[in-house]
Write a protein that binds this ligand. Structure first.
Ligand SMILES: CC(=O)N[C@H]1[C@@H](OP(=O)(O)OP(=O)(O)OC[C@H]2O[C@@H](n3ccc(=O)[nH]c3=O)[C@H](O)[C@@H]2O)O[C@H](CO)[C@@H](O)[C@@H]1O
Ligand SMILES: C=C(OP(=O)(O)O)C(=O)O
Length: 427
C-alpha cells in the first residue's frame, strides 16, 4: 500500500508535460479488437494503466491473443476465428467499462454472457440504454445470476433514439451495429472525442460508420472486419488536470499536443478565472494568475464541461477568490472529494447536485482518502496549494487513470513523492 505525500504551499509548476493516450478511448478500442475475424490489430499510444491491464485480461479471456508492450506503448491482438462468449465477474466488477464488450461479443458470436457491472462510488450507473439499443437490433436479453445473456442469430440494423447521450451505450450499440445486417441510425448519441476515435478504428477495420462526433451516427453493417493500426487519441482529461494544476499554482506549463477543440469549456473557464491560455505550435500553454477568480460551472455531456474534470475544477474553485458554484448533472454522487477537501479547510455547502464553494488562501495540508479516480487527482492538486503536508491514500483509484502522475508533477517542480506505508515514518 502506498501514499502520495505533497509538501504544499510554495509550489509553482513550470516546464512542459507529455500527455498519455486516453483511458476512456483505449478501453472501447480494446473491446473493438473482438470484431475482426482476420488480421492483426495494433493500437499505439496505449497508456500504462491498471484499467488497461484489466481490459487486456477480458480480451484474452475471450481467446484473443494479446500482447502488451509497455516499452512501445502498443497492444497487438490477433483476430481469433472462434471467440469465447463470457466476460466474467472477476474483471467486469473491477471496471465498469468492460460492459462495452457485450455488443462486440454478441455481434461476432450471436451469443454473449457478460457479468452485470453494478454501481460505483460516483453513482448508480445503470445499463438500460445499452440493452435497449441491442434489443432494437434484435437481441434477446435476459438477466440471471448476476449475468446479462444476449442472443441474436443475426443482429439487424435499427433506428434507435437514445434518451440520454450515454458514452458507453453509444460505444456498445455502435460496435454491435458494425456487423449487423442493414443500416442503423443512432440518434442523440454521445459526441465525445473518444467516440470519434472508436469510429475511426472501426472504419479502418472495414466498418462503414458515418457521423461520429455529431448527435447522429449512421452505420451500414458489413459482413466481416479485419485488423488495423491505430493510435489512441490524447487524454483530454489528463491534459485538463495539468491545465488546472498550472492555473492553481501560478504556474507556466506547456501541455504538449493538447487539443483546444477537446477542452473548450475548461479553457473558457480557465480564462474566466484569470489564467492565460496560449495556443502554441506544440501545445497549449497555461499561465496561472496570482489569484484565481471564482467561477460557476455545470457539468454536461460533451461538448459541455466534463464531469471527469469536475473534482479537479472544485480544487481550483477552493482557492479562487469569491463564491464559486459547481452543478454536477451527469452523476448523482460525485461530490465525495469535497468531504475530504473539508479536512484541508475548504468551505463548501452541498445541496443535492450543487456545491457552493467559498474560495480561500489559507488551506492546510491533511491526511485524505481518495474516493474515486478524479477525486485522487483533485486532492493532489489541492495538496500542492495547501500549506504543509498532504497525504493522499487509496492510490488504486489514481492508477486506474493517471500514468506517473506524481513523477510528472515532480518534474514540473512539485515537492511530491510516493511512498510505501511502512516508509512514512522516514519522510
Ligand atoms: C470508460 C469511460 O469512458 N468512462 C466515461 C463514461 O462512462 P459511462 O459510459 O459509464 O457514462 P455514461 O455516459 O453512460 O453515463 C452518463 C449518465 O447516464 C446514465 N446512464 C448511462 C447508461 C445507461 O444505460 N443508463 C443511464 O441512465 C448514467 O447513470 C449517468 O448518469 O462517460 C462518463 C460521462 O462522461 C465519464 O464520466 C466516464 O469517465
Ligand atoms: C469515471 C471515470 O471512469 P470510469 O467510467 O471508467 O469509472 C473517469 O474516467 O473519471
Amino acid at each position: 500500500m502506498e501514499k502520495i505525500i505533497i509538501n504544499g504551499g510554495q509550489t509553482r509548476l513550470t516546464g512542459q508535460v507529455e500527455i498519455e493516450g486516453a483511458k476512456n478511448a483505449v478501453l472501447p478500442l480494446l473491446a473493438a479488437t473482438i470484431l475482426p475475424s482476420e488480421g492483426e490489430t495494433v493500437l499505439h499510444n496505449v497508456p500504462i494503466l491498471s484499467d488497461v491491464y484489466t481490459m487486456n485480461k477480458v480480451v484474452r479471456h475471450l481467446n484473443i491473443p494479446l500482447d502488451f508492450s509497455e516499452n512501445q506503448k502498443t497492444v497487438t491482438t490477433q483476430a481469433a476465428t472462434e471467440i469465447a462468449i463470457e466476460a466474467p465477474y472477476e474483471y467486469v466488477s473491477k471496471m465498469r467499462a468492460s460492459i462495452v464488450v457485450l455488443g462486440p461479443i454478441l455481434a461476432r458470436n450471436g451469443h454473449a454472457r457478460v457479468s452485470m457491472p453494478g454501481g460505483c462510488t460516483i453513482g448508480s450507473r445503470p445499463i438500460d440504454l445499452h440493452l435497449r439499443g441491442l434489443r432494437a437490433m434484435g437481441a434477446e436479453i435476459t438477466q440471471r445470476g448476476g449475468f446479462i445473456e444476449a442472443r441474436a442469430e443475426q443482429l439487424h440494423g435499427a433506428h434507435f433514439y437514445m434518451d440520454f447521450p450515454s458514452v458507453g451505450a453509444t460505444q456498445n450499440i455502435l460496435m454491435a451495429a458494425t456487423l449487423a445486417k442493414g443500416t442503423s441510425i443512432l440518434e442523440n448519441v454521445a459526441r465525445e472525442p473518444e467516440i470519434v476515435d472508436l469510429a475511426n478504428l472501426l472504419n479502418k477495420m472495414g466498418a462503414d460508420v458515418k457521423g461520429a462526433g455529431t448527435d447522429t451516427i449512421i452505420v451500414k453493417g458489413v459482413e466481416k472486419m479485419h485488423g488495423a493500426h491505430h493510435s489512441v487519441v490524447q487524454d483530454r482529461i489528463e491534459a485538463g488536470t495539468f491545465m488546472l494544476a498550472a492555473a492553481m499554482t501560478q504556474g507556466n506549463v506547456l501541455i504538449l499536443e493538447a487539443v483546444r477543440e477537446h477542452n473548450r469549456p475548461l479553457l473558457s473557464k480557465l480564462s474566466e478565472m484569470g489564467a492565460d491560455v496560449i495556443q502554441e505550435e506544440d501545445g497549449i500553454r497555461i499561465i496561472g494568475p496570482k489569484t484565481l477568480k471564482a467561477v460557476h460551472v455545470t457539468t454536461l455531456p460533451y461538448p459541455g464541461f466534463p464531469t471527469d474534470i469536475q473534482a479537479q475544477m472544485t480544487a481550483a474553485q477552493s482557492v479562487a477568490m469569491g463564491e464559486s458554484t459547481m452543478i454536477e448533472t451527469v452523476f448523482e454522487n460525485r461530490f465525495q472529494h469535497l468531504e475530504e477537501m473539508r479536512r484541508m479547510g475548504v468551505s463548501v455547502d452541498i445541496s443535492r447536485n450543487t456545491a457552493i464553494i467559498q474560495g480561500a488562501n489559507d488551506l492546510t495540508g491533511a491526511e485524505v482518502q481518495s474516493t474515486d479516480l478524479r477525486a485522487s487527482a483533485a486532492l493532489i492538486l489541492l495538496g500542492m496549494v495547501a500549506s504543509g503536508l498532504t497525504m493522499v491514500d487509496n492510490l488504486e483509484h489514481l492508477d486506474r487513470g493517471y500514468y506517473h502522475f506524481h513523477e510528472k508533477l515532480a518534474a514540473l517542480g512539485a515537492d511530491i513523492k510516493r511512498v510505501k506505508h511502512e516508509e512514512i515514518a522516514d519522510v
